[in-house]
Design a binder for this molecule. Structure first.
Ligand SMILES: [Zn+2]
Length: 338
């Protein structure tokens, strides 16, 4: 926890409300709704961003075995083009540390450890960034408990999202999650429906499954005990590290849901952050920078030309390129489920 002397004063100025889980007076979902309504009024940039969201264009695209929703959202240009170069990140001011937030931005102090903030560049009708109070690197293994707790505190109307530091996190140097309404990503229908899922043997009360023929590799872990679910998740992470012979966090995007006492972790193991078409020059460049929302089936592009020209073969090839291959994922699943 930060110990600098001015931190409590800085934090106090940024707190709109607080949720500590110790009383039922404050329902987290309700607090989030209040925060977004208040911030749209008091923070002009956010009000404008939500106004612009009304003009966002979307269209469904039927790919081989799955559907994606393309979203043309010019407001996401900064996110899509964000530098992932380590030196650039070290040299820039961290935009998630509370002393650097816009003066109008306030949030919900969450369990004394995080602050829930309105994302100034929303993709959906509500979009939050949940940032740790400390400036500590984006890493999931030690924070999966908090991720699951947040999903439970929010309840069934929400999805909690995580982007790995090398595959979509716009601030890899500052731990954060995102929260968006549930039901927005096409992958959610596939999971609820269950017909496309292949179950794997239960392990410690956790039900793992794989989704087949979805154009990218997906592992789902479901369970009603956050401790065992967290531990099976960590075994999967270390299984991937062994299979890939790496020590750092395996590239992964995660969406988490909690409904009727059951958590679902939807994992997208990755091979690569951005597809080759992203690095092409001039008109050849396709500005799609896949992170968790894209892997969930909502492909955001800030460029109108890409919104119009993206077709099924291109989306399928982007997914194939950035997703980890099935054989490697199978080996990691075998390691966590044995
Ligand atoms: Zn920071």
């Amino acid at each position: 926890m930060r110990t600098d002397i001015e931190f409590p004063t800085l934090l106090q100025k940024k707190i709109y409300s607080a949720f500590n889980g110790r009383s039922n007076l404050n329902n987290l979902s309700g607090l989030c709704a209040q925060l977004i309504a208040e911030q749209q009024n008091s923070w002009p940039e956010l009000g404008q961003a939500y106004e612009s969201l009304k003009d966002v264009r979307a269209r469904d695209l039927e790919c081989n075995g799955f559907i994606v929703c393309l979203q043309y959202n010019p407001g996401r240009m900064i996110n899509s083009l964000a530098s992932v170069d380590r030196q650039d990140i070290n040299e820039r001011m961290c935009f998630l540390c509370i002393e650097n937030l816009p003066p109008e931005q306030k949030g919900i102090l969450y369990r004394d450890e995080y602050i829930i903030l309105c994302n100034p560049r929303p993709v959906f009708r509500s979009h939050f960034t949940v940032t740790h109070l400390d400036h500590s690197p984006q890493a999931i293994a030690g924070k999966i408990d908090a991720f699951l707790q947040l999903a439970a505190d929010l309840g069934s109307g929400w999805a909690v999202l995580y982007n790995g530091p090398q595959c979509g996190a716009s601030a890899p140097d500052h731990l954060h999650f995102q929260v968006v309404p549930s039901g927005q990503m096409p992958i959610e229908k596939v999971i609820v429906d269950g017909k496309r899922l292949v179950s794997i043997a239960e392990v410690d009360g956790v039900l793992p499954s794989r989704s087949r023929n979805m154009g990218r590799e997906i592992v789902i872990l479901a369970g009603d005990n956050p401790v065992t679910l967290g531990s099976v998740f960590k075994r999967f992470l270390s299984g991937l590290q062994k299979v890939l012979s790496i020590h750092e966090e395996p590239m992964m995007n995660i969406a988490g849901f909690h409904e009727n006492g059951v958590w679902r972790l939807v994992l997208f193991p990755r091979a690569k952050h951005r597809p080759d078409v992203f690095s092409r020059e001039g008109d050849e460049q396709v500005v799609v920078s896949p992170a968790v929302i894209e892997m969930g089936g909502v492909i955001i592009t800030p460029m109108e030309r890409d919104f119009e020209r993206l077709d099924a073969p291109l989306v399928e090839s982007i997914f194939r390129e950035v997703s980890l291959d099935a054989a490697t994922v199978d080996k990691a699943v075998a390691k966590c489920c044995s």
